[in-house]
Design a protein around this ligand. Structure first.
Ligand SMILES: C[S@@+](CC[C@H](N)C(=O)[O-])C[C@H]1O[C@@H](n2cnc3c(N)ncnc32)[C@H](O)[C@@H]1O
Length: 289
């Protein structure tokens, strides 16, 4: 596992988080760009593992993005609020029954987000159509945050741009000197419907098509990008004009199964040159360009 720069790591558990494969992904990124754009930042494992301080991070999940902003603005206030939240089922249910927009400050919203993440079943984030959190209580005895890590995350966030919104809207400032890493909710694999409930709207085929079209447009503008996704005929078809590198992934397939090892793909519009064992597979997977 990659050692985070300045010992920084994600402050939440996030389904689809790339923490365990960051050491495979980072060598596949270009080393010479100005700004890292991460439009599906989620738990932020790639952004935190990378050495780029110049970054624009964004996500559609407004509760998550408010949490990033609150930690940037005053992580200590978030920590103080967390210190007063008991890990008890009744308190959990009371917090869960409140709509995330009903908290008076983004600090309280953020503390509740982290609290629910650390006390709910398997750290899942799932909301219903109305935006209410609906994961059951997990009965875990884990601490809510690491004070040193929270402080370092806050310091790092003070240097980056944080945006809430759809992936298409967050790339307004991107230029040829920059690099974009896309890590969308994965396309369903092997008949299982992948976990896809990070936001009230799901990420379906139409969104994958929209993402592929955006990648094509960026390619026309000579902007480099990489896209993580599952290895399926559909995803291969979407990116058939680009390069693909096979990555050893560890995926949680659905709520009832344990995680398992699967291969996933990293599509890129540049050739990946690494010393890792991925390079052989990359040649096999080199799609017609
Ligand atoms: C696979 S996760 C990203 C995981 C992240 N790379 C990490 O290491 O934690 C996908 C993310 O896409 C976000 N998302 C879903 N639909 C989106 C959209 N239309 N635009 C931007 N972000 C979206 C979800 O909220 C989720 O955080």
């Amino acid at each position: 596992m990659v050692r985070f720069k300045n010992n920084i790591g994600p402050f939440i558990k996030w389904v689809g988080g790339k923490q365990s494969i960051a050491d495979q992904l980072l060598p596949c990124f270009p080393q010479d760009f100005k700004c890292l754009y991460e439009p599906f930042v989620g738990g932020g494992s790639i952004f935190m593992a990378s050495k780029w301080e110049n970054a624009v991070i964004s996500d559609m999940n407004s509760w998550l993005i408010d949490t990033y902003k609150a930690i940037r603005d005053d992580g200590e206030q978030v920590a103080d609020l967390l210190d007063n939240m008991p890990n008890e089922k009744n308190f959990f249910l009371e917090r869960r029954s409140k709509h995330p927009d009903d908290y008076p400050t983004h600090f309280e919203r953020a503390a509740t987000f982290i609290y629910l993440n650390k006390t709910c079943f398997r750290g899942l984030f799932r909301v219903n159509k109305k935006g209410f959190f609906n994961v059951p209580y997990g009965e875990y005895n884990r601490r809510y945050y690491d004070p040193g890590n929270l402080k370092r995350v806050g310091d790092t966030l003070s240097k980056v741009e944080i945006i809430q919104g759809d992936f298409e809207l967050c790339l307004a400032g991107v230029s040829q000197d920059d690099f974009v890493y896309f890590d969308p909710p994965y396309y369903k694999l092997g008949g299982h419907s992948d976990f896809n409930r990070y936001t009230p709207d799901q990420f379906k085929e139409a969104e994958h098509l929209r993402l592929a079209a955006l990648c094509h447009e960026l390619d026309q503008r000579n902007i480099r990008w990489a896209v993580s996704n599952s290895d399926t005929p559909f995803t291969r078809e979407l990116f058939k004009n680009y390069y693909a590198t096979s990555i050893r992934g560890r995926r949680e397939i659905n709520l009832n199964s344990k995680s398992r090892n699967v291969r996933e793909l990293l599509f890129t519009n540049y050739e990946v040159l690494t010393e890792t064992d991925n390079s052989l597979e990359q040649q096999e997977l080199l799609l017609a360009r």
